[in-house]
Design a protein around this ligand. Structure first.
Ligand SMILES: [Zn+2]
Length: 235
């Protein structure tokens, strides 16, 4: 079967459906990449010296629950990255999540604070939303990070118990109230948080209120430290 897949099925599939960039439809040489180098280069990188990063980090420091953050790109409205994240979240393009995760993982493994963490935890969706979408996009980002760093993914530890309304139209204060007690630790795994360092993973971090609520729940169950990682930071 492996032979069939590698030598007959895959070339035949590529002949009938040549691999193209998901955002600009340029032909791709490598089917696994999904995004062409030109589109990839068009994403705006973000670093720790960017004002959005600094603001979020200081907000987390004030909150006292998230120790450090890492993100890779700036989330710009109408930008190509928005299109890519949209495909990941709403069009079942799960392999994009793995690709973006592995991009994060290659960078995170050289940062000691992150490379020594115990678990990757995708920000959970409420079970109704998960059922509706069929998957949690952050789990695929975690998969990509995990493949690079060798840190296990724990998707069962935290549950989202509140079906929160979309946060996009809410201000900071409303978002905090919206997610305030939205997460709870799964009683089956309660003792697992004790003394562990977790990396919470989301596709885009906007105000950080979701991450904060999730982190607070883990710390309430004696987690040692919480780090936050996202593909992008929203301006
Ligand atoms: Zn492209």
């Amino acid at each position: 079967m492996v032979f069939l897949q590698q030598h007959i099925i895959a070339p035949l599939r590529d002949f009938i459906f040549p691999p193209v960039c998901l955002t600009c439809t340029t032909l791709l040489e490598n089917n696994k990449l999904r995004i062409c180098p030109v589109c990839w280069e068009s994403f705006t990188p973000v670093t720790a010296s960017h004002p959005v990063w600094i603001e979020l980090k200081s907000k987390f420091e004030t909150g006292g629950v998230v120790r450090d953050i890492f993100s890779r790109f700036l989330f710009e409205k109408e930008g190509k990255l928005q299109e890519v994240i949209h495909l990941l979240k709403y069009q079942s393009m799960k392999s994009i999540g793995v690709l973006l995760g592995s991009e994060l993982g290659t960078r995170l493994k050289s940062i000691p604070l992150f490379s020594t963490a115990d678990f990757l935890v995708p920000i959970p969706l409420h079970k109704l939303k998960r059922r509706e979408r069929g998957y949690n996009q952050s789990e695929y980002i975690c998969k990509g990070i995990s493949e690079e760093m060798g840190i296990p993914v724990n998707s069962s530890l935290i549950e989202r118990k509140k079906y929160t309304q979309s946060q996009t139209k809410l201000n900071m204060r409303e978002r905090m109230e919206n997610v305030g007690d939205a997460f709870s630790i799964n009683p089956k795994y309660e003792s697992m948080a004790n003394g562990k360092t977790f990396i919470l993973v989301d596709d885009v971090i906007t105000t950080g209120s979701t991450i904060n609520a999730c982190a607070a729940e883990l710390l309430a169950h004696k987690a040692k430290s919480i780090l936050a990682v996202s593909v992008a930071l929203a301006e």
